[in-house]
Ligand binder design. Structure first.
Ligand SMILES: Cc1cc2nc3c(=O)[nH]c(=O)nc-3n(C[C@H](O)[C@H](O)[C@H](O)COP(=O)(O)O)c2cc1C
Length: 176
């Protein structure tokens, strides 16, 4: 899909709506450069340290965790409505067991600014370089979140990714 550079705040409301619905696709390479995508439903776009930042939360049990720990980069890909099934599959299968790009008939394109795969079929893509990582600290978390989101532990690692590029198709708004 052809995309142009846009400001990182463009389509903000649409991206949050998709994230809390079908989810977004978090792209990364493993140590052998196998591309992977996993669905994320939590995250935020903001401005910290004088930089535009995507903050994403990844549990250590995810294959994506190993990938981002290895490369220090990720992409956030916003799937259109036509990719709802792919988003569901990428959120329920692991890249440990195969190649989700192949399984979901997605096309990998390496990011122009980071060592991470983008999804060619997605109307909006962010390329991010990790500038900080931190872990959720259970004894500093509100009880209702602890008992709701962390019954099995597996506390998220929080990755802060400097957004080096945001690209969107001209008709992105209509495709979401
Ligand atoms: C809608 C949706 C949102 C999700 N959000 C997250 C998330 O924000 N963080 C996370 O660690 N897992 C999240 N998951 C679970 C992962 O996508 C899932 O465990 C996936 O299979 C991990 O893939 P991987 O092992 O290839 O990394 C979500 C799943 C779905 C379906």
């Amino acid at each position: 899909m052809e995309r142009q550079n846009v400001d990182y705040t463009a389509y903000y409301a649409d991206v949050m709506r998709v994230m809390t619905g079908r989810g977004l696709l978090l792209g990364s390479y493993d140590a052998n450069r196998k591309p992977n995508v996993m669905t994320i439903g939590w995250g935020q776009i903001g401005y910290i340290w004088g930089k535009p930042i995507w903050t994403v939360l990844v549990r250590p049990s995810r294959y994506t965790y190993q990938c981002i720990e290895h490369t220090g980069c990720f992409t956030v890909n916003v799937p259109g409505e036509n990719l709802s099934l792919a988003a569901a599959e990428c959120g329920s299968t692991s890249g440990r067991d195969g190649n989700k790009f192949d399984a979901c008939k997605l096309t990998e394109q390496q990011g122009a600014n980071v060592f991470a795969p983008t999804v060619a079929e997605c109307p909006i893509v962010y390329e991010c370089q990790v500038v900080h990582r931190n872990d959720v600290i259970p004894d500093r978390l509100a009880d209702e979140i602890l008992s709701g989101a962390y019954v099995d532990g597996d506390y998220h690692r929080v990755y802060f990714g400097h957004i080096l590029a945001t690209r969107a198709a001209t008709d992105a708004g209509k495709l979401l």
